[in-house]
Ligand binder design. Structure first.
Ligand SMILES: NC(=O)c1ccc[n+]([C@@H]2O[C@H](COP(=O)([O-])OP(=O)(O)OC[C@H]3O[C@@H](n4cnc5c(N)ncnc54)[C@H](O)[C@@H]3O)[C@@H](O)[C@H]2O)c1
Length: 462
């Protein structure tokens, strides 16, 4: 089939690559020329330095003959004569702190594609096409998309909601063998087209292929993300806090007790300084906004959002409160800037708020290391006399007064040994991901004070 993707971010690029690998002819359009040049470079490293997703480079290079990237709309126009589906993969960020989704990227792209769809097949519009919402959108988005297409004079089309459930860092692996594919449509004809597009998943015994209506699909996505976000908030604000409040309760032991109950499960039982990323926060805010606009309360949804914020504030505030640490004039090592491991995405990364906090506290130097996300971080905090970037985690920490571990890159677990053997000046350790938990006792014995998420203050032996 012939499929057009509009937007080549994490969602657009990864699902386009998987579509090409499923045998479809794919065209990807984006307004960002640099991104399009990198994704179409044919070079695995260039592709993955643009979107750090394991396997993306390989998949794009192997399917080069079936996928094309462009910023040239005349190519899009030509493609529409034969196009079976237009996948809308546009950003839907929150407007300020209102909860409302900023749909301008979506509307701009939809109006533009609508005007050319109305001219396809020399204006005869013979080719039936589905417009597929892959972005995470408000529940009534199907109506809005339909209005835009009708206003533009588009005929012979259907609107489908096909929310994306990929997990950044595992997007390719997850999209090649998803747990589920959710397709929301009003008409059988649209379901049929989607089944053909997703034949490999429709036929798969391991994939739950779920057909619902477009509003159920959009609501299902928002509610799934909220449910996961809520579980993280419980881990942070209830389970982790309990382990911080009482001596001799190890977070890891409590986790074993809890996850042994299949009703609780193990997902989300990792304590952390914050749940960042581009989705959980904005989708919870959007759900809350939609519930309130519909005249209902959203107390628990709002409290989940607040609990996540409180987690980061509580963690960073512990340095002054528990260790009498004064930030002014100090050198801080910030280990990890990606919002989580295996990605170069820094959207809503806790490291961003930590840097603003450190600036306010007048720290002298911020020494930074991340294996994948430093280039993106430098766009927000350029290298200058306060911000310094390093090529190895140990170089960033070795002269610091305090070490903050903010991302769960597995290699950071190895820092424990070198800290114990090399750092004679005993910096304060703030472990926001429990990456050094296997060495807390040794670190304490060696004289290091530790503030760890999910533990009470661990005083070093002096
Ligand atoms: N990132 C995730 O993990 C994830 C997972 C599931 C769902 N989603 C949802 O998918 C949507 C896209 O997310 P993303 O992470 O891929 O975003 P992104 O910011 O990585 O990518 C969006 C792309 O759209 C492009 N764009 C903006 N305006 C455009 C226009 N008018 N025409 C063409 N291209 C345009 C941007 O240049 C960018 O490359 C969002 O609604 C998000 O909530 C994201």
């Amino acid at each position: 089939m012939n499929i057009l993707y509009i937007g080549s971010g994490f969602v657009g690029a990864c699902s386009a690559a998987v579509s090409a690998a499923s045998g479809h002819n794919v065209l990807v359009y984006d307004v960002d020329k640099k991104k399009i040049d990198m994704l179409s470079s044919g070079d695995r490293d260039t592709i993955e330095s643009c979107l750090f997703e394991k396997g993306l480079g390989d998949l794009l290079v192997r399917n080069q003959g079936r996928i094309d990237f462009t910023t040239d709309y005349s190519k899009v126009e030509g493609f529409l004569d034969v196009c079976d589906g237009v996948f809308m993969c546009l950003p839907t960020p929150e407007i300020g702190e209102t909860g409302e989704s900023n749909l301008t990227y979506y509307f701009d792209a939809a109006e533009k594609i609508g005007s050319v769809l109305a001219r396809r097949n020399s204006g005869m519009q013979e080719k039936y096409v589905v417009i597929v919402n892959k972005s995470t959108v408000p529940i009534d988005m199907v109506d809005k998309t339909q209005e835009i297409m009708d206003r533009a004079g588009v005929k012979n089309y259907g609107v489908v909601s096909n929310p994306e459930f990929l997990v950044e860092g595992k997007a390719i692996e997850g999209s090649l063998s998803p747990d589920r594919v959710v397709v929301g449509a009003w008409h059988e004809k649209d379901f049929e087209i989607m089944r053909r597009m997703y034949q490999r998943f429709y036929d798969s015994p391991t994939v739950q292929y779920i057909e619902v209506n477009p509003k159920e699909a959009a609501a299902g996505k928002l509610l799934a993300n909220y449910t996961l976000f809520n579980k993280l908030a419980i881990t942070f604000d209830v389970i982790g806090r309990t382990c911080e409040a009482f001596d001799n309760i190890s977070y890891e032991q409590i986790r074993k007790v809890l996850s042994s109950d299949p009703r609780i499960g193990s997902w989300g039982l990792y304590d952390s300084l914050y749940a960042g990323g581009s989705c959980f926060i904005k989708d919870a805010r959007s759900l809350s906004h939609q519930l309130q606009t519909a005249g209902y309360g959203a107390v628990l949804v709002n409290e989940t959002y607040v609990a996540n914020k409180r987690q980061l504030e509580t963690f960073i505030g512990r340095a002054e409160k528990e260790a009498d640490f004064e930030w002014e004039g100090k050198t801080v090592a910030l280990v990890g800037t990606a919002f989580k491991r295996d990605t170069n995405d820094i959207r809503n990364s806790p490291s961003i708020d930590i840097c603003y906090y450190l600036q306010e506290r007048l720290v002298k130097n911020i020494y930074i290391y991340d294996p994948a996300a430093m280039d993106n971080f430098k766009l927000v905090f350029p290298e200058n006399e306060q911000y310094h970037y390093f090529n190895h985690e140990f170089d960033a920490v070795k002269d610091a007064d305090v070490i903050i571990i903010a991302t769960d890159w597995p290699q950071f677990r190895g820092l424990g040994d070198s800290i114990i053997t090399e750092l004679k000046h005993k910096p304060l350790i703030m472990d926001g991901r429990r990456m050094l938990q296997h060495r807390y006792i040794d670190l304490q014995k060696a004289g290091f004070d530790i503030i760890a998420i999910g533990s009470p203050f661990l005083k070093g032996k002096k």
